[in-house]
Design a protein around this ligand. Structure first.
Ligand code: ATP
Ligand code: MG
Length: 422
């Protein structure tokens, strides 16, 4: 059996804290079996190395290793991605396609961000885990596969189970063995070591002398909270390596690179929209614009309905919730100041999928309006992109926090990240 030290070297893992060593040791022990493993730990702690170690040290190492980011695949296509589909099973399914579970037969699948799997997919996954059986989307033919599953999550699975977002039976099936990677702040002995390694890597990469920290800077580095963990530390090391002329970094200089500087108190994590803090007026203005845009689209929809049906009473009856959303409650005096907390997806801009065939009148005008809207939407999309980018930066790529700040669901944020290729 390879030693923990040898594995660290082989997989480029830096650190010597007992908790890290234990996690690697567990991975080595469990690798030769087919037991399902759940890797847990905060974002950026290095979860992705564990499934690689397990696969490479298993008898499956000559077969496929497929890493799937469950959170990044839209809900509508995830079953087909994982289990494949039959030709004609949905619009656009022009060919029969193999899913990852078929392709990785004999190998290992790493299900990253497994907590994001939709409940229907969880049912399919449970079946594969129990007896290796699965069905392609649109097929009734049971297929068999022999895949070892390693999953990872940075969300609290017990909370997800309580909120009925994750099946309890699947959780226990996935986590036969749990490998936990501790946050960086609980591995203080590794922090400076990691920094030195990253600083030397970036010095090589950018062909500059290696940055070094003064004693005070080292103390600050060690005491900092590192809520983005190793990913954040690497990021700071890169920024310092590129931007600092003076290659000896003082505590003061280092502090200027650390968010919520000057303290080692836990970072304040804002989770609810009401606490959302858009730091500049410009951003607040964009937000207002998006809200207005959303109202405008609702109004357009209502106008279309009126144009189509003509009967005000019917339209009123069929669009009760929409009317309520735009005009508020008839009894409510503050109708102009709609509380947007009930419509959290405010930054999503509706797609242009309205059908115009039915509209018999004013076709020219309608097209004209569409053209204007197209331009307007483009610039709004730029702003939306900027808003998302900033929020992700602010939260060191943590989508959950960014989504909360933006007031949209995590899944909507994933869709947008994909849409904008972020
Ligand atoms: N012990 C380590 N030594 C060297 N680099 C590390 C170590 N742990 C993590 N890293 C680096 O930190 C970055 C983040 O690691 P990784 O992608 O595995 O995080 P994660 O736990 O999967 O986070 P998330 O939940 O956000 O996906 C990667 O660039 C990885 O190479
Ligand atoms: Mg990851």
């Amino acid at each position: 059996m390879e030693s923990v030290q040898a594995i660290k070297q082989r997989f480029g893992i830096i650190g010597n804290s007992p908790a890290l060593n234990r996690a690697i040791e567990k991975a080595i022990q469990v690798a030769p079996t087919d037991i399902s493993v759940l890797v847990t730990g905060e974002s950026g702690v290095g979860k992705e190395s564990i499934p690689k170690i397990i696969h490479q040290l298993s008898h499956r190492k000559h077969n496929k290793y497929i890493a799937v980011n469950c959170g990044a695949i839209p809900e509508g296509t995830i079953d087909s991605e994982l289990f494949g589909h039959e030709k004609g099973s949905f619009t656009g399914a022009t060919q029969t396609r193999e899913g990852y579970f078929e392709v990785a037969d004999g190998g290992t699948i790493f299900l990253d961000e497994v907590g994001e799997l939709p409940l229907t997919t969880q049912v399919r996954l449970l079946r594969v885990l129990e007896n290796g059986e699965f069905l392609k989307v649109g097929s009734s033919k049971v297929q068999k596969t022999n895949v070892r599953i390693v999953a990872a999550t940075n969300v609290n699975m017990f909370e997800a189970i309580q909120k009925e977002k994750f099946r309890e039976d699947l959780f226990y099936r996935l986590s036969t063995v749990d490998i936990h990677l501790p946050p960086l702040r609980e591995r203080q002995e590794d922090i400076h070591l990691l920094f030195r390694k990253f600083a030397s890597d970036f010095a090589l990469k950018y062909k500059m002398p290696t940055v070094k920290l003064t004693d005070n800077a080292i103390q600050l580095l060690i005491k900092y909270r590192w809520s983005g963990n190793i990913r954040q530390l690497r990021n700071i090391a890169e920024q310092l390596s590129v931007l600092e002329q003076n290659r000896t970094i003082s505590a003061e200089t280092l502090r200027s690179y650390l968010p919520s500087t000057g303290t080692n108190l836990p970072a304040v994590i804002k989770t609810s929209k009401s606490e959302s803090d858009f730091s500049s007026e410009r951003e607040i203005l964009y937000k207002v614009l998006f809200d207005m845009k959303s109202d405008l689209n609702d109004l357009k929809k209502l106008t279309m309905e009126l144009m189509k049906h003509g009967n005000v009473k019917d339209v009123e009856k069929n669009n009760e919730s929409l009317i309520q959303k735009i005009y508020g409650n008839a009894n409510d005096e503050d109708t102009d100041y709609e509380d947007t907390t009930d419509t959290p997806e405010v930054i999503s801009i509706p797609e242009h999928n309205q059908k115009v065939e039915d509209v018999e009148t004013n076709l020219d005008k309608y097209h004209f309006a569409e053209e204007i809207e197209e331009e307007e939407t483009l610039s709004l999309q730029d702003k939306e992109l900027e808003l998302i980018k900033k929020s992700l930066e602010r939260h060191h790529g943590k989508r959950k926090l960014a989504a909360a700040e933006l007031g949209i669901s995590e899944r909507t944020l994933y869709r947008k990240i994909k849409q904008y290729d972020l």
